[in-house]
Ligand binder design. Structure first.
Ligand SMILES: Cc1cc2nc3c(=O)[nH]c(=O)nc-3n(C[C@H](O)[C@H](O)[C@H](O)COP(=O)(O)OP(=O)(O)OC[C@H]3O[C@@H](n4cnc5c(N)ncnc54)[C@H](O)[C@@H]3O)c2cc1C
Length: 808
């Protein structure tokens, strides 16, 4: 075994082998994979080997498509058969709500290049003869479903990697990992040490234990999973003989089942409600090629549905039940990327669908390690979407919930209850008492809307029980004044003698003067966005940044990577050490004036001013800006004062009819101002010109800010896309995001977000279209729940286009 390598990959499951292959294919051949046993000795060997392209996140779906297309290449390169059977499949809906969901999947497929088509239950039965069409209301045909040989695929990756120069060391157990003073990693194994610049944790079932070697508690948990294999079935033999083809895959969402042919019989797997975690605290190192004891009682309710939906199963025997563990992250998507605070330590774990996702994970990670960027929008898989709040107990609750809902519908207005409430702010109970309906962002409870007694969310794809109430909250803001809780923003403090120069290099905007704020896009070297913030200059106190709450860890990882070594700049994420409330609406100034002794006149506190003032007895930092697009203020306050500040503002607002508003009303308000947000409109695949943030980029400033050359090139060449707002002729449903935008009879773009703008009484969709059609006003259509609705471009903000209200 070599003693030095550029990269050590820990784990010879499908994921580690894919990472190794991709690194070698990308040109890093001084790479070695260490496997404690034979390859596939974790969850890989007993997988059912199913693969499919669909995923709730379109970017992950793209990587799944990449994975499936890769098998031919690795088979040819390695000479190792992968056993791929691209049978195609049907996705089955037994309820109308499920069919609505499937229509959304078909629509997404249109701009992802995934060929999906809605078919009737009868047509589904013609393709998949075992199903009873009477049990279903509709189906979708997917040509890119199939299955493969898990061991063949893993060995094909490994062999192809070896051919390219990579090494694989089996029976080599990593026992510890130590960071050396020179920044290199010492990987200690039962066969000696390997010193490496980079380490990849692809430890699968042991990813947690490998993480712990470097002081990391990864949010992953293994769950037991069962599938059964039947005796040979005459129906299968008859179909094979009649058509010369295998029985295609089926996913029966309402039965929580997946099925495929296995030799002369069928394989049926289920994600049962009464699920069971495996090795909750510590995975035993002596677990190898073993199976767990099957527990038929646990899967009996799903099988009962299965036998009804697929009656031929009633007449056949079960040959074998496989029960094996595999790992999940709390939301079921992989954990990939560099780990904040551990330079050169990477993870590729929590991959619950290794045969659909392993290739994409390897591709993204190798790009990231070699090029410094994953090369795709992989936010949904980024390890940085979790912070310290994703503890072991939280992970346990969420993984169990996710497993039990693997095939369940999640409605756009549905909040999942497990692991909550976890983080709350001091006003939590006060807002609850006023009917707050809670959502969660980065582990923190945030009010979505305020419900009258006895009313709550009715889950639906269409406008629902909150609609009239959110309309009232919007009216409260636009006609008077509203208060909302804004603690879920990420807040950062930047201090030190080098702070200004560093911010000037990190952010693409012009730095504001003391007491002023500005919008601050942040770019990567390739000129695309990696963040958007409000930057405030607090004079001698330093600098204050507010940004997307869900991206706190993501942005801190980026900031810390770029900090100078000399200690001249310090950045702190304030988390819930700083909380906030915001007031907005034409009477907001009146409320603030009553709540403070400071001068809050327009002359003293103009638009985008920021400064310290007491609200009642509470010391606060108050900035004159509001995401509602109205006259408004953001009030930042230490948590011990948040209740006092809130109560003072509510009392002061009483005579002006102050009311509470939640994030759904805020969405309705920002839509009519064409304001985008991080994670929706602004993502790392768009340039500032494409995203309409170029007006905040100081292209001409002296500082050589990160991404400057590429941003100048984008401005010169014009980029490819444009972010645009549309008014949709919707009926009883509004867009939620990821719907296709049609133009000239073809899908040309996609929706990033939208909803009903209650004040303007318009259904709004925001999304990207190619720049060639970005100045057309008519002829657009947006597909919603299987129907195309006419849409008109809305170039100017629907509300206060001339900024009169905001700046008054
Ligand atoms: C019953 C069942 C059915 C499934 N069906 C499907 C399916 O149809 N389709 C699908 O896509 N997925 C399926 N899966 C999931 C799939 O198996 C996983 O997604 C996949 O195996 C994850 O691979 P991995 O490489 O991340 O982890 P693992 O396969 O667990 O590999 C990790 C490897 O790392 C090694 N390792 C760990 N620690 C160390 C160390 N310290 N030193 C050296 N080596 C170490 C282990 O020995 C192991 O070989 C199924 C899983 C089960 C259990």
């Amino acid at each position: 075994m070599k003693s030095h390598a550029k990269v050590v990959v820990i784990g010879g499951g499908v994921v580690g082998c894919s990472v190794l292959f991709h690194l070698a294919r990308h040109g890093w051949t001084d790479v070695v994979l260490l496997e404690r046993d034979e390859l596939t000795s974790g969850s890989t060997w007993h997988a059912a080997g199913g693969m499919h392209t669909i995923n709730g996140d379109p970017n992950v779906a793209k990587l799944q498509k990449y994975t499936i297309n890769l098998y031919k290449e690795i088979e040819e390169l390695s000479g190792q058969a992968t056993g791929v059977h691209l049978t195609g499949g049907v996705l089955l809906a037994a309820t109308e709500a499920r069919l609505d969901w499937l229509r959304g999947v078909v629509a997404k497929g249109r701009y992802l290049g995934i060929e999906l088509a809605e078919i009737s239950p009868k047509e589904a039965a013609e393709l998949m003869p075992l199903l009873d069409p009477k049990q279903f209301v509709g189906a979708v045909r997917n040509k890119e479903d199939g299955h493969l040989d898990p061991s063949g695929v893993t060995h094909a990756y490994a062999k192809a990697a070896r051919k390219l120069g990579a090494e694989v060391e089996r029976f080599t157990k990593v026992e510890d990992i130590v960071r050396r003073p020179d920044g290199m990693w010492r990987v200690i194994t039962n066969k000696g040490d390997v010193v490496a610049e980079h380490v990849v944790n692809a430890g699968g079932l042991w990813a947690r234990e490998v993480g712990r070697m470097v002081g990391l508690e990864l949010p992953v948990l293994a769950m037991e999973h069962m599938y059964l294999i039947t005796e040979d079935m005459p129906e299968v033999a008859a179909w094979n003989a009649k058509t010369g083809t295998e029985i295609i895959h089926a996913v029966d969402f309402d039965g929580e089942l997946y099925l495929r042919q296995e030799r002369g019989g069928m394989l049926m797997g289920t994600y049962e409600k009464a699920n069971k975690p495996w090795s909750e605290f510590q995975t035993p190192w002596n677990f190898g090629h073993e199976l767990l004891a099957p527990d038929i009682d646990r899967i009996a309710p799903s099988l009962e549905v299965g036998f009804r939906h697929f009656p031929a199963f009633q007449n056949t025997g079960i040959k074998q039940i496989i029960n094996g563990p595999f790992t999940f992250a709390p939301d079921g998507n992989p954990l990939v990327g560099p780990v904040r605070g551990l330079p050169g330590f990477w993870v590729a774990c929590g991959v619950m669908a290794g045969f659909s996702q392993g290739g994409g994970v390897g591709l993204a990670l190798s790009n990231w390690m070699i090029e410094g960027d994953p090369g795709a929008d992989i936010w949904a898989m980024d390890v940085a979407r979790y912070g310290d709040w994703a503890t072991m107990a939280y992970t346990n609750a969420k993984v169990r919930e996710n497993y039990s809902r693997r095939f369940s519908i999640r409605f756009p207005n549905e909040e999942l209850p497990a692991g909550r409430p976890l983080k709350t702010t001091p006003v939590y109970d006060l807002l609850s008492a006023r009917g707050a309906q809670w959502g969660v962002a980065y582990g923190l409870e945030m009010p979505l809307w305020y419900a009258p007694e006895g009313v709550k969310d009715e889950f639906s794809w269409r406008r629902s029980s909150d609609f009239t109430q959110v309309a009232k909250e919007v009216a409260t803001v636009r006609d008077g004044v509203g208060l909302s809780e804004i603690s879920s923003f990420a807040k950062y403090e930047v201090t030190g003698e080098g702070a200004a120069a560093w911010l000037d290099r990190m952010l693409a905007c012009k730095l504001p003067k003391p007491g002023r704020m500005t919008l601050a896009p942040m770019l990567k070297e390739d000129g695309r966005l990696i963040g958007d913030f409000t930057l405030a200059n607090l004079g001698s106190e330093g600098w204050f940044l507010a940004g997307s709450g869900i991206a706190e860890q993501y942005h801190m990882r980026w900031f810390e990577k770029h900090l100078p070594d000399d200690g001249s700049v310090r950045i702190d994420a304030l988390g819930q050490k700083l909380t906030g409330v915001s007031i907005a609406g034409p009477r907001a100034r009146d409320v603030l004036a009553k709540a403070t002794r400071s001068d809050v006149s327009n002359a003293a506190v103009p638009f985008m001013a920021i400064g310290r003032m007491d609200i009642g007895m509470a010391p606060c930092l108050v900035g004159r800006v509001s995401y509602t697009g109205d006259l408004g203020y953001e009030v930042w306050v230490a948590p011990e004062y948040q209740r006092a500040a809130y109560q003072t503002l509510m009392a002061a607002g009483e005579e002006f009819g102050i009311g509470l508003f939640g994030s759904r009303a805020l969405n309705a308000l920002r839509l009519e101002k064409n304001y985008g947000s991080w994670g929706r409109e602004y993502r790392p695949i768009y340039g500032p010109l494409e995203a309409g943030l170029d007006r905040f980029v100081a292209y001409g400033k002296d500082a050589d800010f990160v991404g400057k050359a590429a941003a100048l090139a984008e401005r010169k060449q014009g980029g490819k896309l444009r972010l645009r707002a549309f008014i949709v002729d919707a009926d009883d449903a509004d867009v939620i995001g990821d719907e296709p935008i049609w133009f000239g009879g073809a899908v040309r773009g996609w929706v990033t977000s939208g909803g009903y703008a209650h004040h303007s009484k318009k259904s709004v969709a925001v999304g990207y279209v190619p720049k060639e059609i970005a100045d057309e006003s008519d002829g657009f259509e947006i597909e919603l729940l299987g129907k195309r609705h006419a849409a008109r471009m809305q170039p100017a903000a629907l509300f206060d286009a001339n900024f009169e209200r905001m700046r008054a």
